[in-house]
Design a protein around this ligand. Structure first.
Ligand code: FDP
Length: 451
């Protein structure tokens, strides 16, 4: 069953129309919204206006292309906006798209009125989202990000974009009209001032629009890490049983002690770290040696295996062969009898994601399925793959959200544990981790996922 049923979003189709000068983080915000709504199974897509302009005008335009008196380029730029909107409507009509993000600048009232009129006449609700920013430090750091990620500057040396974008900003400023509570009071809009130091919200009406507004309000761009860990190996893990509320095994307890040392060694400002656990014993026992403030969340409890709780995968395959096969076939959608599916877990994790977006220094100690869902959000992983991701025991994971992706570092504690990973098509579990020999120190691996 889809997470957001008709009663939630109805036939509502929303186009989030970005507004703002260059280097105001509009593309960053656009991609974050897509990631969040897609994770919640709402069909969402970005339509980047400058990529339409790029099709027409293949050459890398100099800043003069954006000069307010350049009539020829104005035609190209206006047409790019119209072409992008046409594609938004086509995508919604033909592919049942639900939320589109029009990632352009839409800096004049006139342009916004035209966009609103076209969208409404096609039964699409416009939601304007302005990023207003006059904090030079933020603008400069955005320019550096653009320099390294925008196709307009690919192949150019670092620093090249600075002068070019500053000129472009100067041209745009000549006709920029920030969103106005008087003249534009009929429009639904969210206005972010210097990221989210002040937020103005006007005429947000539908459930979907309010979810987007609430999410945007929780975003921040301060550099930070998010720390994740499964609980230490449990007695049930040792026996290959799923679910339950077992205590830690001896090795699990060793990990709990070691986790304290690892936090001291690897977490900057670890004295300010907040530790979140589920309400189950194995996560709380794993957190017990950490001196930090702790919060228990029911939402972090493991996926409820219903009538299979306490069984091994082999027992499930024997007693409920059809269910066992159905879960392998579609692990994301499969809901245990009297229990949950991965889709259900994502729904209850939404408040956790909101909080994590808002926080700066948190360690989440939780379970295999729950961690896969949280990890999938930050790594932008496709739904069908996320329930099969490997999240081994006795490993501290560091996520570093960046403007256009998330860096991941895994620090293995070097304490042996069983594997709880079951491949598709078998009821056997994988090989134990680190069982052959114990290595001298922690093992660190890094990875990066792009939006
Ligand atoms: O979705 P799958 O791959 O079955 O993984 C979820 C399972 O992981 C387990 C371990 O097998 O998590 P946990 O370590 O938190 O106990 C089970 O309790 C849970 O049902």
């Amino acid at each position: 069953m889809p997470l957001y049923t008709v009663s939630h979003v109805g036939n509502l189709r929303v186009c989030v129309v970005m507004v703002g000068l260059p280097a105001r983080g509009k593309s960053f915000i656009s991609h974050k919204i897509v990631r969040y709504l897609s994770w919640l199974s709402i069909k969402t897509r970005v339509f980047n206006v400058s990529s339409y302009r790029r099709e027409e005008y293949r050459e890398q335009p100099s800043a003069d292309f954006f000069h307010p008196d350049n009539e020829e380029s104005k035609v190209i730029r206006d047409q790019a906006n119209i072409d992008a909107i046409k594609d938004v409507i086509k995508w919604m009509n033909e592919e049942d798209g639900c939320v589109a993000i029009l990632d352009g600048s839409n800096v004049t009232k006139q342009k916004r009125a035209t966009v609103a009129q076209i969208l409404r006449s096609n039964r699409v609700e416009p939601l304007f989202l302005e990023s207003f920013c006059d904090d030079e430090a933020i603008v400069k750091s955005n320019i550096l990000d653009i320099n390294s990620t925008s196709p307009d500057y690919s192949g150019k040396p670092p620093g090249y974009a600075l002068e070019d974008i500053l000129t472009k900003i100067k041209y745009y400023e000549t006709h920029y009209e920030p969103m106005d509570l008087e003249d534009e009071k009929e429009l639904s809009f969210i206005k972010l001032i210097n990221v989210n130091s002040q937020i103005i919200i006007n005429k947000i009406e539908s459930y979907l629009e309010s979810r987007i507004a609430y999410y945007i309000m929780n975003l921040h761009i301060k550099p930070r890490y998010i720390w994740l860990s499964r609980h230490g190996e449990s007695q049930y893990n040792l026996e290959g049983k799923i679910g339950g509320d077992a205590d830690l095994s001896e090795r699990g307890m060793k990990y709990a002690r070691k986790l304290k040392d690892m936090v001291e060694k690897y977490v900057p400002n670890h004295d300010k770290l907040e530790v979140w656990t589920s309400t189950l014993r194995r996560t709380q026992q794993t957190a017990q040696f950490l001196p930090n403030p702790k919060k228990q969340w029911k939402a972090l409890d493991e996926l409820d295996a219903g009538s299979c709780d306490g069984l091994t995968y082999e027992e499930i395959a024997q007693r409920f062969p059809e269910d066992f096969a159905a879960r392998d076939e579609n692990k994301f959608e499969y809901r245990y009898r009297g229990g949950e599916s991965y889709r259900d877990v994502i729904q209850r994790l939404e408040p956790i994601i909101m909080e994590l977006e808002n926080q700066e220094n948190v360690l989440v100690i939780t379970h295999q399925a729950v961690l896969r869902c949280i990890y999938a959000y930050f790594m932008n992983s496709p739904q069908e793959k996320s329930p099969w991701m490997s999240i081994p025991l006795h490993t501290l994971i560091r996520l570093e959200p960046r403007a256009y992706g998330t860096n991941v570092t895994r620090i293995k504690a070097n304490i042996p544990a069983v594997s709880t990973y079951k491949e598709k098509g078998t009821s056997k579990l994988g090989e134990s981790q680190n069982s052959a020999h114990v290595m001298a120190g922690e093992v660190i691996t890094s990875d990066v996922a792009n939006q």
